[in-house]
Design a protein. Structure first.
Length: 296
C-alpha cells in the first residue's frame, strides 16, 4: 500500500510513484494545479468584485456630494445633520474630508442604523396611553403619572427612544445628564443609542467622590441635588433628560450645575409636561429650549 503525502501545491503524490516522475512532469502537474485553483476561485473573486465595486462607487458619490454641500453655507448644516448620527463619538463631522474617512466612519454606522429594528411608529397619543394614571397619589387630589407601565411595554419603550434619537442625533450631543430615577432609564438608553455619555444627577449623598451640589425648591422645602465633577468638559454639548416637567425647579437647578462644570445645555427633554405648573415658562426664561413628547 502506497503512502500519500500532501505537497505544497496541493497534489497527492504517491511515495512509490513520486521518484519515477520526471522534473518536467512534476512542473506540468504543478501548473495544472494552479490553473485548476484559479478556475475554482475566480467565480468567488468575481462575485466579491461585483458586490464591492458598487458599494465603493456609492461611497465615492456620497463623499463628493458631501464635499460639495460642505462648501455651500446654505447646504453645510444639512450635510452636518446627515453625517452627525453616523460619525464616531468624540469627533467633529470631518468624515467627509476623504473617501477613506467616509468609508471608515459613516458607512459602518449607516449599516448599523439600517440593521437596527425601528419600532418608533407609535404616535405621542399611543405612548401616552401606556402611562398609567394613579389618582390621589402622592396626596389627595393629585394624579401620579406612572412611567413604569410604559417602560414595561417593549414596543412603547422602543418608540420613545426612537423618537428622541431621531430628534437628537443631528445635534451632536456628547453627554446626557439625567435625573433619578426614571430619567436614568430614558437617558441611559438614549445615550447608548447615540454613542453619547451618561451623567447621573442625584440627591445629596448618593454619589461617591468629589461632587458639586445645589438646592432646589420642593414644595415649601428645599432639597439639594448633586453631580460628580470632571464628568462634563468645558463647552461640551449636554442634553438634560427627565420623565416629567412640572414646576421646572429641579431642572433649572440641574442646568445650573451643568453650567458650573462648563457644559452647554442643548435642550431639556421630558416625556410628559404638566402645562398648568408652568415649568416650560420657567426654563424658557433662562433661554433654554424645551421638548416634551406630550403635554396636558
Amino acid at each position: 500500500m502506497s503512502n500519500y503525502t500532501t505537497t505544497a501545491n496541493g497534489w497527492m503524490i504517491g511515495a512509490g510513484y513520486g521518484p519515477a516522475l520526471s522534473a518536467a512532469t512534476k512542473a506540468r502537474m504543478t501548473r495544472r494545479a494552479k490553473y485548476l485553483g484559479l478556475f475554482l476561485v475566480s467565480p468567488f473573486v468575481g462575485l466579491a468584485y461585483l458586490v464591492t465595486f458598487p458599494l465603493v462607487g456609492l461611497a465615492m458619490l456620497a463623499w463628493m456630494a458631501g464635499k460639495a454641500m460642505m462648501k455651500s453655507k446654505a447646504a453645510r448644516p444639512v450635510a452636518l445633520a446627515i453625517v452627525a448620527p453616523f460619525s464616531r463619538p468624540g469627533s467633529r463631522p470631518p468624515v467627509l474630508d476623504t473617501p477613506t474617512g467616509f468609508l471608515v466612519n459613516v458607512a459602518p454606522r449607516f449599516a448599523h442604523a439600517c440593521a437596527l429594528p425601528t419600532k418608533g411608529s407609535l404616535s405621542a397619543m399611543d405612548i401616552r396611553s401606556l402611562i398609567r394614571q394613579i389618582p390621589d397619589f402622592p396626596g389627595p387630589g393629585q394624579t401620579y403619572y406612572d412611567l413604569t407601565t410604559l417602560l414595561a411595554d417593549g414596543p412603547g419603550f422602543h418608540a420613545v427612544i426612537d423618537r428622541l434619537a431621531q430628534r437628537y442625533a443631528p445635534l451632536g450631543i456628547k453627554k446626557f445628564a439625567c435625573m433619578e430615577w426614571r430619567g436614568f432609564i430614558i437617558g441611559a438608553a438614549l445615550a447608548y443609542r447615540l454613542d453619547a455619555g451618561f451623567v447621573p444627577i442625584r440627591k445629596l449623598g448618593k454619589l461617591p467622590g468629589e461632587t458639586i451640589g445645589r438646592q432646589h425648591e420642593f414644595g415649601h422645602t428645599s432639597e439639594p441635588i448633586e453631580m460628580s465633577v470632571n464628568v462634563i468638559s468645558p463647552g461640551e454639548s449636554v442634553g438634560l433628560v427627565d420623565d416629567m416637567l412640572a414646576t421646572g425647579a429641579v431642572s433649572e437647578t440641574a442646568v445650573m450645575l451643568i453650567g458650573e462644570l462648563g457644559g452647554k445645555v442643548a435642550e431639556c427633554c421630558f416625556i410628559h409636561e404638566a402645562a398648568a405648573l408652568k415649568g416650560r415658562e420657567r426654563l424658557e426664561k433662562r433661554g433654554l429650549s424645551v421638548y416634551t413628547l406630550w403635554s396636558d
